[in-house]
Write a protein that binds this ligand. Structure first.
Ligand code: SAM
Length: 261
């Protein structure tokens, strides 16, 4: 019997209805699947039943990775590594569908890494990912709300995002203390080009550093009081960071890149 490790965010999904919802949401027959953090393989078994072309899983826990190899034999390829250290684009030469009941402590880090590193060619068709509900609420938050912030802006840049459902603690073993949400991400056809994605990272970091304060200070810090950008983007510096739309932040990051040359 494998004991769940808290440090690796191990809460295993045991609810058959939820496992069905996850694997029925998008057609995976004959597709290439990447699963992040397969754990004891509960979700993996449901994926296999839908007849994908190939399944690759990335699991950091050595004990679980070995038991997955024994359990599934040659039905899946097990990569025993840390997802934060892997370059997923090098694992495949076709687009993949990504599943993950992500370890809560690193879920936003995984997602930000994927989005910031995305080139114009997406390496995935879509992502079906589980987050703690509070994080999912921040990812899908609209502007002018208190949940809106860096995570919403970065995640919505190149991806469309839909909530599939919320999930109660009873669906997991061991039970987490919090609710979870399942989100679906798929590439946008059109998005505002930003030459260096780290500019978006920086602009949102500086703007949301003091989210209750007016925009004047962070704007001047980044743009040195430049009036042209202000007029072009019609920004009122007496507003607060959460009052600027997604598009305004993408345009600000673009302008910031231009200014830096
Ligand atoms: N998918 C399984 C399920 O639904 O039953 C387990 C999900 S559990 C929330 C998260 C899984 O991610 C665990 O198996 C854990 O060992 C693994 N994990 C944690 N950190 C990881 C990392 N950095 N890279 C890859 N896997 C990781």
């Amino acid at each position: 019997m494998i004991k769940a490790k808290k440090s690796l965010g191990q809460n295993f999904l045991i609810d058959k209805n939820i496992l069905e919802i996850i694997t029925n949401y998008t057609d995976i027959s004959n597709r290439i699947i990447l699963e992040i953090g397969p754990g004891t393989g509960n979700l993996t078994s449901y994926i296999i039943e839908k007849n994908p072309k190939k399944i690759v899983v990335i699991e950091k826990d050595n004990e679980l990775a070995n038991s997955l190899k024994n359990k599934f034999n040659n039905k899946i390829k097990v990569v025993n590594d840390d997802v934060l250290k892997i370059d997923e684009t090098k694992l495949f030469d076709e687009k993949v569908i990504v599943f993950g009941n992500l370890p809560y402590n690193i879920s936003t880090e995984i997602l930000s890494k994927w989005i910031i590193n995305l080139k114009n060619n997406f390496w995935f068709e879509c992502l079906v990912l589980m987050f703690q509900k509070e994080v999912a609420d921040r990812i899908i938050a609209k502007f002018n709300t208190s949940n809106y912030g860096r995570l919403s802006i970065i995640c919505n840049w190149k991806l469309n995002i839909k909530k599939i459902c919320d999930i109660k603690p009873e669906s997991f073993s061991p039970r987490p203390k919090i609710d979870s949400s399942l989100l679906f991400f798929y590439p946008k056809k059109n998005y505002i080009k930003i030459d260096n994605p780290n500019d978006l990272e920086k602009v949102t970091r500086i703007f949301f550093n003091q989210r209750r304060k007016m925009l004047k200070k962070p704007y001047n810090q980044l743009f040195n009081g430049d009036q042209k950008v202000l007029e072009k983007l019609k920004i009122n510096l007496n507003l607060r960071p959460q009052n600027l739309s997604l598009e305004t932040y993408y345009k600000l990051a673009f302008e910031y890149g231009k200014l830096r040359g």
